[in-house]
Design a protein. Structure first.
Lengths: 123, 123
DNA sequence: TTGATGTTATAATTGTTCTATAACACAAGA
DNA sequence: TCTTGTGTTATAGAACAATTATAACATCAA
């Protein structure tokens, strides 16, 4: 477990922690089912308060990415096979936002998709 | 000019104002080059402080969507023909975030693009 | 029983958001 | 030129969120 806090302003520490864990999970540095450090241990590691880490874990739990149990610790949940309808709605919203942002900057939906096909899929 | 503030918590009022203006510009309710209400007038309209509206306008100015001039007012900038490299980088980042979010919820990049093609483009 | 876990509660500190008020500099029109 | 309407800057305070600090509690495993 290795998390570097950027220390930049404007981004809450608990979001940064949660974001880093999600990134590591995405790129494979963390595995599904793996056990995370306890809130106290990670807090000590990051030189941060216990509740800040807990806040981050709660965020992840709300997204179904993590399960917390008293006395047993916190571990990464198994990856869902399919997104729920709620999640799909959220993703669609997220996409529309991106589409709007791109349009206002001079790039319509067609061009945006082209742009993503060219540079987006890191394959 | 017609802006409805949701009043929901967690979202700063100035972001909501800026977001609404961007949405109206996206859907054509506002036109490029059009003059916006002065900070004082819009503040009165929304029953909000002058500085809150100014904060929203500043946000839009930073994104190149609006120009503010002392004594002359604030108007919507012309739509850029092409996004700048900085904007393209920002959009790509935004996409990668969406891609990651989708993956963690059980939808890989391929499936996400398929999903967007089906439901995304409101055509 | 012991030790580690997450949970809950209370409080203090700091930064952000929003309001309030006032004055200033610039531009347009009478 | 004078007046009015712009955005700009400054200061102050209230309300809220984020972070820290303690402390105690409930649960689980060894």
């Amino acid at each position: 477990m290795f998390i570097a806090l950027s220390g930049r302003e404007g981004v809450p520490v608990y979001e940064e922690i949660a974001g880093e864990i999600k990134r590591q999970l995405f790129v494979g540095e963390l595995q599904y089912g793996e056990e995370l450090p306890s809130v106290r241990v990670l807090a000590e590691l990051l030189q941060v308060n216990m509740h800040t880490v807990r806040h981050a874990y709660l965020l992840l739990e709300q997204q179904g990415l993590v399960t917390m149990r008293v006395g047993r610790g916190t571990r990464i949940a198994p990856r869902p096979a399919k997104p729920t309808p709620e999640v799909k709605a959220r993703l669609l919203n997220y996409w529309r936002q991106l589409e709007q942002e791109a349009f206002l900057q001079g790039m319509d939906a067609e061009q945006l998709l082209q742009f993503i096909r060219e540079e987006g899929c890191h394959a």
